[in-house]
Design a protein around this ligand. Structure first.
Ligand SMILES: [Zn+2]
Length: 208
C-alpha cells in the first residue's frame, strides 16, 4: 500500500489537517478539522479522494471547528475520537473549563481506545493513547507515520497548563508510546512541520 499524506493549515492557529489517502484505492481519511475546512475540501476533491472517516487527535476547538463543513462536504461519515473526549463532539460540550463549547452535538461519533485498530476503507490506523495535553489525546499510526496531535511537535511538546492537562502524563506518554518507536518514523504534528522520532529524540529540548 502506498499512502499519500498532505496537510492543510489554517491561518489563525496554524493547525494542521491531514489528508491520508491510499493511492491504490483512493480511500482516504481526514485527521483533524481545522478552522479552514475549505482548504481540505478542495484538496480532497483535487485528489479524487474517497473520504470515509474523520479521525480526531483530540478535541480542542482548533482541531474540530471544521467538522460541520467537512461532514456537509463528504456526507455523514464517522468521526472517530478517543472515548475520554467523545462527549465533546457527541454532546457538544466544552473540552476545557477555560473555554466554551465549540460545536453542536454530532451524530455518528465512534469511540477509539489504546491498542485498537481503526479501519476506514482500505486504511487501518493503530491507536496509541497519548494523553496529557488533554485526557483523550491519541496518536494515530499508519505504516511509518505517526499523527501525534498536540502531544509532540518538531522541537516542542504540547501545552499542559490547562485545568485538565497533566504534564507528567504527557511526558510519560511521549516516552513510552512515541520515543519507543523507530528513529525513522515520521511525526506529523497538530501544528508546524513534520519531523522524525529520531530527530526529536536527539534534539527536542523538552525531552533531553
Ligand atoms: Zn492544537
Amino acid at each position: 500500500m502506498t499512502v499519500r499524506i498532505e496537510a492543510t493549515a489554517d491561518r489563525q492557529f496554524g493547525t494542521n489537517s491531514y489528508l491520508v489517502q491510499d493511492e491504490d484505492t483512493n480511500d482516504a481519511v481526514i485527521i483533524d478539522a481545522n478552522l479552514e475546512p475549505q482548504l481540505m475540501i478542495d484538496l480532497a476533491r483535487k485528489r479524487q479522494a474517497n473520504v470515509t472517516a474523520i479521525l480526531l487527535t483530540h478535541t480542542d476547538v482548533d482541531h474540530i471547528a471544521g467538522l460541520p463543513a467537512l461532514l456537509e462536504a463528504f456526507g455523514p461519515i464517522p468521526v472517530a475520537v478517543h472515548e475520554a473526549e467523545r462527549y465533546v463532539v457527541a454532546d457538544g460540550r466544552p473540552l476545557r473549563r477555560e473555554f466554551g463549547a465549540s460545536t453542536d452535538p454530532l451524530d455518528n461519533v465512534v469511540s477509539i481506545a489504546e491498542g485498537e485498530r481503526f479501519r476506514a476503507g482500505s486504511l487501518a490506523f493503530e491507536v496509541l493513547h497519548t494523553p496529557g495535553h488533554s485526557p483523550g489525546g491519541v496518536t494515530l499510526k499508519i505504516g511509518d507515520s505517526l499523527f501525534t496531535g498536540d502531544a509532540l511537535f518538531a522541537g516542542s511538546i504540547g501545552r499542559s497548563d490547562f485545568a485538565n492537562s497533566d504534564s507528567r502524563a504527557l511526558l510519560d506518554a511521549i516516552n513510552t508510546k512515541l520515543l519507543s518507536q523507530s528513529d525513522e518514523l515520521v511525526v506529523y504534528s497538530g501544528h508546524g512541520p513534520a519531523t522524525t522520532i529520531g530527530r526529536e529524540r536527539k534534539t527536542n529540548p523538552f525531552l533531553t
